[in-house]
Ligand binder design. Structure first.
Ligand code: NAP
Ligand code: GLV
Length: 308
């Protein structure tokens, strides 16, 4: 039985040490040095090899290096192969930081102040208490729930929207298409933390922007494929949205000359909101392998029918 890691080498070197000390009965290999391919039961990768079934005929679990699994072509993966997304506290903490930074920046009018600074304009805007700012998070999974908890600590009026109904104390919860409009109508800052699936692709569209209060702002820390770019540009143009902070786009990197680059109301970061932290993720990985050995459900197990 062996574990193959296909990803960033520094992380691989650190994990190799942990496996050798703490799970010595599972040899840890770093791609492309896989050893006996027939012995490989576990693969951790962002991009698995194209011919995965032929390459690793006994593979049982494919772990995503990251939280997302939209980079996998499910139809090219053997039907009985378990898929697991990354749920680990280091990545979650990074996302909480990013969302807090973005929401606080919007709440404290930083896009307006930066535009003013470029024109040497000294002009105050009213400071609103956080409790009067309604922040709505789309996606109440591992990341959405943690971000909401952090936003609550900062004092924001928080709401969350998901596929199934959640019950989070202190958070107004909404679920499904039937409650989307009600959620959006009471959201001043919309944060997207949805997985990219056929159902959520293009969800950040005119239909959503027009259901928000006039002048609302957007934070997209999920996937570029969630955004209908022309609809976003039009919503900013029409004043329907006042600002957008985008960590992701499609394709990445954003092509040179793209309208987002120097848009006065868009802030861009190059997909850095959150990444798997080697030191904390190894604990989640080893824990999941122990769960697998014990026949227990794996943390972050993906439901292929739902797409996440
Ligand atoms: P997760 O735990 O799988 O949670 C997904 C959430 O989205 C769940 O609450 C789910 O609803 C909801 N959802 C899914 N489809 C929906 C739909 N059609 N309508 C309404 N709600 C829907 O995922 P996660 O770990 O929180 O990660 C979320 C995403 O963040 C990842 O997939 C990835 O794309 C992105 N991400 C980005 C970065 C970055 O650096 N920018 C880093 C990490 C992750 P239920 O609760 O009802 O199932
Ligand atoms: C990053 O985007 C991830 O999915 O972990």
């Amino acid at each position: 039985m062996a574990f193959v890691y296909k990803g960033e080498p520094r992380r691989g070197a650190l994990w190799a040490g942990h496996f050798a000390r703490r799970m010595p009965h599972v040899p840890f290999r770093i791609w492309p040095d896989t050893g006996d391919a027939a012995a490989v039961r576990f693969l951790c990768a962002w991009e698995p090899p194209a011919q995965i079934a032929e390459t690793f005929p006994q593979l049982e679990v494919l772990f995503s290096v990251g939280a997302g699994v939209d980079q996998f072509d499910f139809s090219a993966l053997p039907a009985d192969l378990a898929i697991v997304r990354m749920v680990e506290p280091g990545l979650t903490a990074c996302m909480c930081e990013y969302v807090s930074w973005a929401v606080l920046s919007l709440h404290r009018e930083m896009p307006a102040y930066l535009r003013q600074q470029r024109r040497s304009v000294w002009q105050e805007h009213p400071v609103r208490p956080a409790g009067t700012r309604r922040v709505g998070v789309m996606g109440m999974g591992a990341l959405g729930r943690a971000a909401l908890a952090q936003l609550r600590l900062l004092g924001f009026d928080c709401a969350g929207w998901s596929r199934s109904m959640h019950n989070v104390p202190g958070v107004r919860c909404f679920a499904g298409d039937a409650q989307l409009d009600e959620f959006l109508a009471a959201t001043d800052i919309l944060v997207c933390l949805l997985p990219l699936t056929p159902q959520t692709r293009g969800i950040l569209s005119r239909r959503v922007f027009d259901a928000l209060p006039e002048g609302a702002a957007l934070v997209n820390a999920a996937r570029g494929g969630h955004v209908v770019e022309d609809d976003l540009l039009s919503a900013l143009e029409r004043g329907r949205l006042s600002a957008a902070i985008l960590d992701v786009c499609e394709p990445e990197p954003l092509p040179q000359g793209h309208a987002f680059w120097d848009h006065p109301r868009i802030w861009l970061t190059p997909h850095v909101a959150a990444s798997t932290q080697a030191e904390t993720a190894i604990e989640s990985l080893l824990d999941n392998l122990r769960r697998h050995e014990a026949g227990l459900p794996l943390e972050g197990a993906v439901d292929r029918a739902r797409g996440y």
